[in-house]
Design a binder for this molecule. Structure first.
Ligand code: GDP
Ligand code: GDP
Length: 433
């Protein structure tokens, strides 16, 4: 999926536009899983084309007295990682020196970028926008992020510039992406697995765009291990690591089947780690959680249990996820981690025969039917797994619109109880029969 980044000075209205663009989709997702989402990353679509949207502003600290160097970095990262860029300026303040600097970086980059002149809330401000031609663009888009006017024209042109989705080849091997916060131990994990020498050989530090893949074979199973940390180490990006690692993670997650989410157990399963977790869940990717640096944690025979409980609490209600305690230093359980990722991959590609599915689920739904709605009984008659790359199920009923989230979650739990789907999100649809 393509990535679109919004860049610009603080307070020009980037977050306002971001929220507007992801609102509709986000609302849908939220109602399904009922969890809080990362505010700076979302999915959007326009004219049937879906893309990921990143509000780079959310990653820049210091707000008003922001350093130019920091904006430059933000723009450079966006240029490196995004497929198209929305460059936002503010008609109220007019052209500023910082705008000029950003424009120069973008022009040099040859990445498609779209100059959005924001806060054009009324017709007379339209004329004020003319001065932005001085930024050296052939075209700009006037809009009001607050009331939404003008955003359509911008999005029409924006989605036209996005690359067509590359079709994945049939025989392509599964991709496992190693993701996590900076210093969680991602590189150490990969090094421990494949050995220092081989690691260096594989490290063809090319573009900042592509992550480093290593073809790997273990337990008679071939897959690509996707390293999101290695390139950063080689490149000059040393600051703003958090933002960078999220950008990396976004792309890696979208192009993989299973993520190995590495976190530093001495620091805890914090908000940033959870963001990455939900990113994977939202993209219907498999997840294995790796609590790393377990060698540093003081333990008694209750520690693992307590720690697991603490993590599952953070990821409610989607708790059917493997958690493994590893140390890349002692190599404790690092092969177990891979083995589990293979299991999760198998769960994600599992197909339940329709006959088996109905034999299992119909009696359950007869015993516990959906609650009646305004005196009407809902009867589910049939169910089937849909041919999606991740597990999704359609339940056909006489009155599907009356089946609410709790019952869908009940069905999901029953699917998990009866067929192993550990580590993969399940989607349940109600359809009209
Ligand atoms: P960011 O720092 O670039 O993400 O900017 P925000 O989205 O936080 O917006 C900064 C301020 O500008 C807020 O007070 C917004 O309400 C305001 N703002 C954003 N878009 C518009 C707009 O289209 N018109 C007007 N008048 N104000 C806007
Ligand atoms: P990355 O940024 O996620 O790739 O993290 P690194 O692999 O570079 O690791 C960051 C730091 O944590 C390094 O100093 C590692 O030596 C250290 N580290 C990584 N894994 C472990 C571990 O299992 N135990 C201990 N004690 N330290 C670790």
């Amino acid at each position: 999926m393509s990535i679109v980044a919004i860049v610009g000075r603080p307070n020009v209205g980037k977050s306002t536009l971001f929220n507007r663009m992801i609102q509709r989709r986000e609302a849908i997702v939220d109602s399904v899983s009922g969890v809080t989402r990362d505010r700076h990353y979302g999915k959007s679509d326009w004219n049937g084309k879906e893309f990921s949207l990143i509000d780079t502003g959310g990653y820049v600290k210091g707000s008003d007295d922001i350093f130019e160097a920091e904006i430059d970095k933000q723009v450079e990262l966006a240029i490196g990682e995004a497929d198209a860029i929305i460059f936002m300026v503010d008609v109220e303040s007019g052209v500023t020196g910082m705008d000029e600097e950003v424009a120069q970086l973008l022009r040099k980059s040859r990445k498609p970028f779209f100059l959005a002149v924001n806060k054009v809330d009324s017709a007379n401000r339209e004329n004020d926008a003319v001065e932005f031609y001085s930024l050296g663009v052939d075209k700009y888009y006037t809009l009001s992020s607050i009331n939404g006017s003008g955003t359509g024209d911008l999005l029409d042109d924006l989605v036209k510039s996005l690359p067509e989705e590359e079709e994945r080849e049939e025989e392509e091997v599964p991709r496992f992406a190693v993701v996590g916060r900076p210093n969680a131990g991602k590189s150490s994990f990969i090094n421990a697995l494949i050995g220092e020498d081989r690691y260096i050989v594989t490290d063809i530090a090319g573009t900042t765009r592509d992550s480093i893949d290593t073809r790997y074979n273990r337990f008679g199973f071939e897959f690509n291990l996707v390293d999101t940390a290695g390139i950063r180490k080689k490149s000059k990006v040393k600051e703003n690591l958090e933002f960078y690692s999220v950008m990396r993670s976004v792309r890696a997650i979208e192009h993989c089947d299973v993520i190995l989410l590495v976190f530093d157990a001495t620091r805890g399963f914090d908000g940033q780690v959870q963001n990455i977790f939900w990113l994977a869940e939202r993209n219907n990717k498999g997840v294995v959680i790796l609590a790393n640096k377990w060698d540093l944690v003081e333990k008694d025979n209750q520690t693992v249990k307590d720690f697991e409980k603490y993590i599952r609490k953070q990821i409610e209600p989607y708790t059917d996820v493997p958690i493994i305690f590893i140390s890349t230093i002692t190599k404790q359980r690092i092969y177990k981690a891979i083995e589990t990722a293979v299991e999760v991959y198998k769960n994600r590609t599992k197909r339940i025969k329709t006959s088996v599915l109905n034999e299992t689920m119909l009696p359950i739904m007869e015993a516990y039917p959906p609650p009646q709605h305004k005196g009407k009984y809902v009867k589910v008659k049939f169910c089937t797994q849909l041919p999606t790359p991740y597990p999704s199920f359609a339940f056909f009923a006489n009155l599907p619109q009356y089946v609410k989230e709790p019952y869908k979650r009940f069905l999901e739990n029953k699917l998990r109880d009866n067929f192993d789907f550990t580590g993969v999100p399940i989607t349940v649809y109600m359809r009209k029969k």
